[in-house]
Design a protein around this ligand. Structure first.
Ligand code: HEM
Length: 516
């Protein structure tokens, strides 16, 4: 409470100072800075906070960066409670939220015109070099207008067309590749296969372009990994040298990331140019609700044909947002779901039984089949509960706030919603660490933040919720159905693999490492 009070009264003084001398303003600024520093010190180290402080020193956190931080976040939740301050420096901290009600409060008040309390904050800062002006990270009116334009491009009719024309055929394509491997009796890295599959899908669905990543090595995949790794490192850099843009070309890590971004942008621009030519060449079709262009039903085409005013750069960055946000995430969900099914033979048997019963002789599910594959869908949901990707969501308070439970949030506070903690908290779920797809009954709606009152938030919630959630769920269920129909999978314990790459801040552990 102290902090809110002091900051509020400080701002009040500022109004009184406006119009007075320059030196008066400087005095005030100095006073405000000192007040904030003093308040932050008191909150973190002086026992003056109504939010408990985790027993973690900045050095502990530094040691955990790039690795097991999300496990430590869980330990601190057990020790400290569902809302705590995590010191990241002498006066800096994250307010870590592992409580569904508090998460709901923050997510709903992000970019909400009626309650504009939170913004994306740090996550926007650290990924601006990649997403540029893309709507995944911008805020306010700039975001609202463009989100409204992109949302309809993923409507139901479009998804149905995608299931038949993209999700199914791409999964079949992967199955053909696996057929050869199965015949040879060799092991294959399914994580890499899923990453290639999801790049092929997003390429065709968003750009009407075939990367053919399943057959040819795509430098784009590596570029996306490199860029995402850089955002992750930036978010946790204790010395954020990346803020000094003139240094970037001199630092090898950042130079590599900038080269990767250049490649991603150049690819996106090339695809846009191709699509624009096509649209220009045709009569401008009128895109009403549910209209599907037979030759090219891609999101890009929809945007080019339906948008009134959009700069080339904005279009590139919006499309790039979808390319990056929709590729690695879905690849990770497929990897974890297959891993969990392999580790749980009874769930695998049930899923396989459902696939056989629903699909009969068909090698690829129809849209009606997809609707009937309820148990497979619950396996995907349960896998997203156990291994949410991203495992944390970042926000920053623009003004002072109070969370449910009475925890105060001063203006400027960085907030970290630990989706992983919420999904694994014993206060939220029974047997939270067990894979139990049955916890989501088949006769109830597919779980979401709405149906679970923010106990299940793999796609976030509120105004900034994932725009591709239905797309991703359909893509994942279709791919699993195609693969489970044709193959049995066995984990090769001798196979050593590098870490999984994750969007945003943290690394999840490798399934193979976890089980060893
Ligand atoms: C299983 C797969 C996916 C997961 C787990 C996932 C997760 C998320 C999450 C958690 C957010 C919100 C981040 C936040 O609140 O800070 C988000 C946003 C977003 N996602 Fe997804 N996503 C997935 C697939 C997709 C796909 C397939 C697309 C595109 C077709 C996509 C496009 C986007 C975009 C554009 C945003 C930014 C939306 C905005 O800020 O308005 N995602 N995603």
């Amino acid at each position: 409470m102290d902090s809110q009070h002091e900051i509020t009264s400080g701002s009040g003084s500022q109004i009184a100072f406006i119009g007075t001398s320059k030196s008066g303003l400087w005095t005030l600024r100095r006073r405000l800075i000192w007040t904030s520093l003093w308040t932050a010190l008191g909150r973190l180290w002086g026992g003056k906070s109504d939010v408990p402080v985790a027993d973690a020193k900045p050095d502990d956190i530094k040691d955990l960066l790039g690795g097991a931080l999300f496990k430590a976040l869980y330990k601190w939740m057990e020790e400290t409670g569902p809302v705590y301050l995590l010191p990241t420096g002498p006066v800096s901290s994250f307010l870590v939220v592992s409580d569904p009600e508090a998460a709901k409060h923050v997510l709903r008040a992000t970019d909400n015109p009626k309650r504009p309390i939170y913004v994306k904050g740090l996550v926007a800062e650290v990924s601006e070099f990649l997403f540029g002006d893309g709507f995944a990270i911008t805020g306010g009116d700039n975001w609202r207008v463009r989100r409204r334009a992109v949302g309809p491009s993923l409507h139901k009719t479009y998804l149905a067309a995608m299931a038949d024309r993209v999700f199914g055929p791409s999964a079949q394509h992967l199955a053909e590749k696996l057929e050869g491997v199965a015949a040879s009796g060799e092991s294959i890295d399914m994580e890499a296969c899923f990453s290639q599959l999801t790049l092929d899908v997003i390429g065709k669905a968003v750009f009407n372009y075939d990367f053919d990543a399943l057959n040819t090595s795509s430098p784009l995949i590596q570029a996306v990994y490199t860029a995402l790794k850089e955002t992750e490192q930036r978010a946790t850099d204790l010395l954020p040298l990346w803020k000094l843009s003139f240094l970037a070309p001199l630092v090898p890590r950042q130079r590599k990331a900038l080269e990767a971004v250049e490649l991603i942008r150049a690819t996106t621009e090339r695809l846009i140019a191709k699509c624009k030519d096509m649209v220009d060449a045709e009569e401008q079709a009128r895109f009403g609700e549910g209209y599907i262009n037979e030759a090219d039903p891609s999101v890009l085409r929809f945007l080019i044909a339906s948008r009134e005013e959009v700069s080339a750069r904005q279009l590139r960055d919006d499309l790039l947002s979808m390319l990056v946000a929709g590729h690695e995430t879905t690849g990770s969900v497929l990897t974890w779901t297959l891993y969990l099914l392999e580790q749980n033979p009874s769930a695998m048997a049930k899923a396989r039984e459902e696939v056989d019963a629903v699909m009969g002789e068909r090698s690829q599910p129809t849209v009606a089949d997809f609707m009937a594959l309820r148990y497979v869908m619950r396996c995907v949901n349960e896998s997203m509960r156990l291994y949410p990707h991203p495992p944390v969501l970042l926000r920053r308070a623009q003004i002072a706030d109070t969370l449910p439970g009475g925890y105060s949030v001063p203006a400027g506070q960085d907030v970290m919603i630990s989706v992983y903690n919420i999904h694994r908290s014993p206060a939220v779920w029974d047997h939270p660490n067990e894979f139990r797809p049955e916890r989501f009954p088949l006769d109830e709606p597919v779980p979401s933040e709405q149906t679970t009152d923010y106990r299940f938030i793999p796609f976030s919630g509120g105004p900034r919720k994932c725009v591709g959630d239905q797309f991703a769920l359909m893509e994942a269920v279709v791919a699993l159905a195609v693969l489970l129909k044709r193959f049995e999978f066995k984990l090769d314990m001798s196979y050593e693999k590098m870490e999984l790459n994750l969007v945003l801040v943290l690394n999840l552990h490798n399934p193979r490492m976890e089980s060893s």
